[in-house]
Design a protein around this ligand. Structure first.
Ligand SMILES: [Zn+2]
Length: 257
């Protein structure tokens, strides 16, 4: 029997009384388990298995290829901001989806757990959701070995020169590419140097300092585009919630004008 802190990433109804739940645990990595009776009124999970909830989980690990059996979950913290702000809720859904897509099953990475938990807590609190997502994505990519190379060319390794206005970014190659190495690279984006430098700084910032980097809205929106492309490439597809967040941004900017 295992016990661990865990975050609920996904819940699917399995039968009239049970559901299948994917969680990120601190000690055992991502797991998917069957919660028998979770849909009954009286159950051992006391309604703790809600999406984005932080719980204290008890489970039995099963043989490879089978599902773990969840036996108990005690609620530590429920995600509440969704009732007040749809945007915060979708940002948090995005965090859960990205972790679900990028993190392997049964590969314990406590630092990934800590980053995810902190991001969800901050999205539930007062942190600017755009900054929280930038910080989270760059942090997660870094921890999983997918940090994009932003200060040198991915082809020849030469440091990027600071005087060019535009930089080529190759999501497939994993970073910026110099004019000589650009030939032959597929799906290359032309990005303003300012935006690449901003993304580079985000990678080194923490949650407190991320909001102080203060670029203009055009840089923030271009950085969002670049990161969306890159995360979709690493994940193997466009995350569903990325599309929702995009349409929310469009609606917001239309309303403002
Ligand atoms: Zn090069």
């Amino acid at each position: 029997m295992h016990k661990s802190d865990a975050i609920v990433l996904r819940v699917i109804d399995f039968s009239e009384t049970s559901c299948v739940v994917t969680l990120l645990t601190r000690e055992f990595g991502k797991i998917t388990g069957l919660a028998k009776g979770a849909r009954r009124k009286k159950n051992p999970f006391e309604s703790a298995l809600d999406l984005l909830a932080i719980v204290r989980l008890v489970f039995w690990p099963k043989a490879p290829r089978a599902m773990d059996l969840l036996t108990e979950a005690k609620l530590e913290r429920r995600f509440r901001a969704g009732g007040k702000c749809l945007r915060r809720l979708y940002c948090a859904y995005y965090v859960a989806e990205i972790v679900g897509l990028l993190v392997e099953h049964n590969d314990p990475m406590p630092s990934v757990y800590d980053l995810t938990e902190e991001t969800i807590r901050r999205l539930d609190g007062g942190c600017d959701p755009d900054w929280a997502l930038f910080r989270f994505e760059m942090g997660l990519l870094n921890l999983l070995g997918h940090r994009p190379q932003l200060d040198a060319c991915i082809g020849c390794g030469r440091p990027r020169r600071g005087n060019a206005l535009w930089v080529a970014f190759a999501p497939i190659g994993g970073g910026t590419v110099c004019p000589a190495c650009r030939v032959g690279q597929q799906h290359v984006l032309s990005v303003r140097t300012e935006t690449i430098e901003f993304l580079n700084r985000i990678g080194q910032a923490n949650f407190e300092t991320a909001g102080e980097l203060g670029p203009d809205p055009a840089t923030v929106s271009e950085a969002r585009e670049v990161l969306n492309h890159y995360v979709s490439h690493v994940a193997g597809r466009e995350p569903r919630t990325q599309r929702f967040l995009k349409s929310m941004r469009t609606t917001q900017s239309t309303t403002r004008h």
